[in-house]
Design a protein around this ligand. Structure first.
Ligand SMILES: Nc1ncnc2c1ncn2[C@@H]1O[C@H](COP(=O)(O)OP(=O)(O)OP(=O)(O)O)[C@@H](O)[C@H]1O
Ligand SMILES: Cc1ncsc1CCO
Ligand SMILES: [Mg+2]
Length: 262
């Protein structure tokens, strides 16, 4: 685990090009910015080539697309592949909505992501395994999470992050599990979207995407865990405010002190 990559990220301040959703776009921009990356968003396909060109990595969030946006998302993904920029996909609610699953499946036939980041319901759907997803949430299932993540990684030939109380990060062969975190993440819609964009930021500074992905998960979850530990009864509003502060100020040493992974 290369936790020191956080210092490298802050030093390099990589540009991360995000196609976000209208629900969480501001969290994604401010989360990246607070951590030390440089976010940029766009909805216009005419500037896609230039945008991908200036980015260190690209994150495509499938949270609330329209059909014209699917065209833009596909073009941006293809440009990222062509320009050899790391590409992260967040397949929001593909386990709960058939239309989304169909669009995501088609997208994955035309572009090659470096990382797919989703919760159990989303990753199980892309793995083709049984699970009862609930809207944007993970939902219920009885399958083994490591097996689900590995199946998805082997099927789509990329690194997969299955996030939740424990994050599973795998390239289909190697697997790491991050136990840090706090249930407070679930009180803020967009925690997952922030994580996906932060994974892209780490991919921009570390060519080994398996290393980048696991470090991003550990850094984000450990920072949230430290925030949760600062008050006995913290609510959703305070958590996100303090999380933004902590993304900015938490040091590598402070993360190393709480890091829990196997
Ligand atoms: N119960 C939990 N305990 C500890 N950490 C958690 C818990 N649930 C989620 N997390 C953490 O929250 C972050 C977001 O992951 P999550 O799986 O909730 O994403 P998501 O379902 O896509 O969220 P959303 O779509 O609402 O943005 C990750 O860092 C994960 O480790
Ligand atoms: C609530 C919601 N609906 C579509 S996207 C989104 C935010 C989580 O990605
Ligand atoms: Mg999500």
């Amino acid at each position: 685990m290369k936790i020191a990559l956080l210092d490298q990220l802050r030093e390099q301040n990589p540009i991360v090009f995000n196609i976000s959703n209208f629900v969480t776009v501001q969290d994604v921009a401010n989360g990246l910015n607070a951590l030390g990356a440089s976010p940029i968003m766009s909805e216009e396909v005419a500037e896609a080539d230039e945008m991908v060109g200036l980015a260190g990595a690209v994150c495509l969030n499938l949270g609330a697309f329209t059909l014209p946006q699917v065209k833009q998302i596909t073009t941006v993904g293809q440009l990222a592949n062509r320009q050899h920029k790391p590409l992260v996909i967040d397949p929001v609610a593909v386990g709960a909505v058939r239309f989304r699953a169909q669009v995501a499946t088609e997208l994955l036939q035309t572009i090659d992501p470096d990382v797919i980041r989703g919760n159990a319901g989303e990753i199980a759907a892309l793995a083709g395994l049984d699970w009862q997803a609930k809207g944007i949430d993970a939902g219920q299932g009885s399958g083994d999470l490591v097996t689900i993540a590995q199946t998805c990684a082997r099927k789509h030939h990329c690194v997969v992050i299955l996030s939740g109380p424990t994050d599973v990060i795998t390239d289909g062969q190697r697997t790491v599990q991050v136990d840090n975190g706090t249930p407070l993440f679930q009180t803020h819609v967009g925690s997952g979207d922030m994580l996906s964009s932060i994974v892209a930021a780490f991919c921009a500074v570390e060519p080994d995407t398996f290393e980048a992905a696991q470090t991003a998960c550990l850094v984000f979850a450990a920072i949230g865990q430290r925030v949760a530990g600062t008050a006995e009864r913290m609510g959703a509003g305070t958590f996100i405010t303090k999380l933004m502060d902590a993304l900015q100020f938490t040091t590598v040493a402070e993360i190393e002190a709480v890091a829990a992974y196997k």
